[in-house]
Structures are given as C-alpha cells and as structure tokens.
Design a protein around this ligand. Structure first.
Ligand SMILES: Cc1cc2nc3c(=O)[nH]c(=O)nc-3n(C[C@H](O)[C@H](O)[C@H](O)COP(=O)(O)OP(=O)(O)OC[C@H]3O[C@@H](n4cnc5c(N)ncnc54)[C@H](O)[C@@H]3O)c2cc1C
Length: 396
C-alpha cells in the first residue's frame, strides 16, 4: 500500500521524491488534467535549495534558475537605499534561486516519474474526501476522475494533503476553518522579455507610498515582476483568490507609469507583458493542529503565507523532507505524522507571522531595512549560521 499525496504542485512532488529516497512507496494525484507551466516567478531560498540538491536535483535546478546575488531596495527614481547580498554572496553554502514556478513544477514531476515510475503521478484526479476511522492500517481516500466524473475509493498507508491554498484535505479536517485573510493588497504579476539589470542577478524592491514593485530575472531573457498596491486595511477576503486570474494593464499601469529607475524600464515591463495575472495577497490564520491519524497537511494547504518573505515554496520543500525523515525513523505512520507536525507547525506559523510583520513594517531608511530583514531571518530560522550549521534532513 502506498502513501497517497494529494497535489502535484511543488510540495507534493518534493514529498514523493523524499519519501521515495526513504524507501516509502508513494503516488501523487493531481487535480489538473494537464500540468502546464502555470504561474510566474518564485524564489527558492538556500535552506530549500540544499534539500533539492540532496535529492540529486542540483544540476537541473541550476539549469532553470538564476542564482540571486542581491536584493536592492530603492525609490522610484532608482536611488539605492539598501543592498542585501543574497544566497552564496550572503555566506550561505547553497544558492538562492529565482525560477519560473511552472518550470520548477515540471522538473519535480519529471523526476518523480523517472524515479518512481510513470504511473506514480495521476493527473485529472482530485481528492474529494477520505475516511480514516475504520481501518487499523490504512486510510480510504475518495478520488474523483475528472474525465469520467466517477469517484473511486482507494486504500493508502497515509494521505498527505499537499493540495494548495484551497485544500480539500484541510477543509475536511478543519470544517470550521476561517476564511482567507486579505492583506488589503492587490498584486499584479507577469514575466516580460527584458534586458537583465544591475548585476544581472539582482532582485529589486521599489516602494513609493502604497505602491511597490518587486522584479528579478528568471532566466531565458525574462524578468519576473510583481506590482503590489495597498487598497485597504487587512480583513477577511470577500472575493476569490485564483492564481491564474487575468489582470488588466489599465488597472495597474496608472500606479507605476511615472516610475523612472534609469536601469529598468518599469512602465515598459508592464506594457510589454503578454499575460498579466491578478491575485490578492492572502494568508490564513495558523492552525492549532494539522492532521490526525494517517492524514496530514503540507505546504500551502497547511500554512498559506504572504509572498513577502519569498518563503512559500521553500517551506513546502522543508516540510517534505522532514515528513520523509520521520517516516524513515518512526515505527508506525501516525507517530511519523505526529512528529512531523510537531516539528513543522510552530516553525511555519512563525514564518506566516514574520511575513505579516515584514509587510506591516513599511521600512524605508537603510537602518530600518537592515533591521527588518535581519529580524525576518532570525525569527524564521533562516539566518546564515542556522542554515549552514543545521544537520542534514536527509534520511540516509
Ligand atoms: C497554478 C498555480 C500558480 C501559482 N503561481 C504562483 C506564482 O506565480 N507565484 C507564487 O509565489 N506562488 C504561486 N503559486 C503558489 C506556490 O506554488 C505555492 O505557494 C508554493 O510553491 C507551495 O506549493 P504547494 O505545493 O503547497 O501548493 P501549490 O503549488 O499550490 O500546489 C497545489 C497543487 O494541488 C493541486 N490540487 C488542488 N486541489 C487538489 C485536490 N483536491 N486533489 C488533488 N490535487 C489538488 C493543484 O492543482 C496544485 O497543482 C501557484 C500555485 C498554483 C496552483
């Protein structure tokens, strides 16, 4: 009997690869009928890159990622306020990579198919429920086949809900979970063919009043950008949060059209983009518990967070590695999942809160920016000394 992973995004395949390395039979069910390279750029921080390298994916990752060298904070005239070295330049033993999310997902899923077999990933299959009450050694999982509309039942050693922001597994475990919480910020995102700027491996963060731009290269002559505008105070989300909802140039351009950085054409980035996406910056209140028995949560399903710390995908990868390590160590599945939750729940709740704090801080001066970025690393366990000294999460 295999461990069943709901979700073939980032955390799901990382979990499958990690469990496989621990000698645990695993399968992934992914709701999308076809995995297309969806999304735009994301970042993998050194603590997650280390784990992917230990999974043997270092060369593939280096081929699709840009090893970020610095974060440059400046005003809308391009005046540099603060520069923070990143990745190897900051003293980490592993790089930080900026990658296209869809390319990272493809890389991970290809590795799962190659190592676990072609049938280890089933697409067009959505987990719609489970029953963990009756059997001693399995959980019964209900899976909808989207092509036929039929629901089948399968027995699994464990069910890992890596099914993202609108997780069905989370909804079943926590039926009274609150709504998504909106930061009050609208985000427009896209990738545009553009010349590299500054070092060619720089991420730039530009603030002016309630508007902010984050831009960085993701390889292939593309610059990824996110425009954020604060619209209101934080509160419950009333609309929808859909990753691939189309955004309109006319809604975002007015906030940025007179920005002149000199070395990066901001209005040109926006007007030159083929497909703009719009998404509200949301998270959820950290849960008091994640799972029970043979069922647990992982990645965004467990701890959706603001993207301000660039930590969402990285935390999902670390979840995957800890989960597999506990599987390898424990005598039974419920113990493994409970130890995994104990290690990861508080740690990821701290990241959710640190992202909120950094978002609220509104730092402007070099001193404030240095303090806020240092505090973020300290409170999330991501500072150089911690990451470099941490024992490997590898289960071998
Ligand atoms: C289409 C898409 C585009 C994204 N684009 C960006 C982006 O541009 N920038 C960014 O910062 N983050 C983006 N994200 C989110 C980002 O990938 C996550 O924050 C982070 O990587 C954690 O990954 P995850 O595996 O936990 O969740 P996700 O990457 O969201 O993966 C969850 C997966 O589960 C699948 N799924 C959902 N419900 C079920 C179900 N019931 N049964 C089976 N499968 C299910 C989804 O189709 C998805 O593939 C995107 C997510 C998605 C799904």
């Amino acid at each position: 009997m295999r461990v069943l992973i709901a979700g073939g995004g980032i955390g799901g395949p990382a979990t499958a690869l990690s469990l496989h390395a621990a000698g645990v039979e695993t399968a992934v069910v992914e709701s999308a009928r076809e995995v297309r390279p969806l999304g735009v750029g994301i970042n993998l921080l050194p603590h997650a890159v280390r784990e992917l390298i230990e999974l043997g994916l270092g060369d593939e990752l280096a081929a699709i990622g840009v090893a970020t060298a610095e974060n440059v904070y400046c005003d809308r005239f391009g005046t540099r306020l603060f520069t923070e070295p990143r990745g190897l330049a900051q003293g980490y033993r592993w790089p930080q990579y900026s990658v296209h999310r869809g390319e990272l997902q493809r890389l991970l899923l290809a590795a799962v198919r190659e190592r676990l077999g072609a049938d280890a990933v089933r697409t067009g299959a959505r987990v719609v429920g489970f029953d963990d009450s009756g059997q001693r050694d399995s959980v019964r999982v209900r899976v909808l086949d989207r092509a036929t509309g039929t629901v089948g039942e399968t027995a699994a050693r464990a069910l890992i809900g890596a099914d993202g922001l609108h997780s069905a597994v989370r909804a079943a475990l926590h039926p009274r979970d609150g709504t998504l919480l909106w930061s009050g910020i609208r985000m427009w995102r896209g990738t545009t063919r553009a010349e590299p700027f500054l070092t060619g491996r720089s991420m730039v963060i530009v603030r002016d009043g309630d508007a902010e731009l984050v831009a960085y290269p993701i390889g292939g002559g593309r610059v990824n950008w996110v425009c954020q505008v604060r619209m209101s105070e934080p509160g419950p989300l009333t609309g929808e949060a859909v990753w691939n909802r189309a955004g309109r140039l006319a809604d975002v351009l007015p906030y940025f059209e007179d920005w002149r950085l000199g070395w990066l054409d901001v209005p040109g980035l926006l007007t030159g983009c083929d497909e703009i996406l719009e998404y509200p910056m949301v998270d959820r209140e950290p849960l008091p518990w994640w799972g029970s028995g043979r069922v647990t949560l992982l990645g965004d399903a467990a701890h959706p967070m603001y993207p301000v710390g660039a930590n969402g995908a990285s935390q999902a990868v670390v979840d995957a590695r800890v989960l597999a390590r506990e599987f390898a160590r424990a005598d039974d599945v419920p113990t493994a999942l409970s130890r995994y939750e104990t290690e990861r729940r508080a740690a990821t709740a701290a990241v959710v809160r640190a992202n909120r704090a950094m978002n609220r801080a509104g730092a402007r001066t070099p001193e404030e920016l240095a303090r806020v970025t240092d505090t973020y690393r300290d409170t999330t366990g991501g500072d150089v000394r911690n990451v470099n000294a941490r024992p490997s999460l590898s289960c071998r």
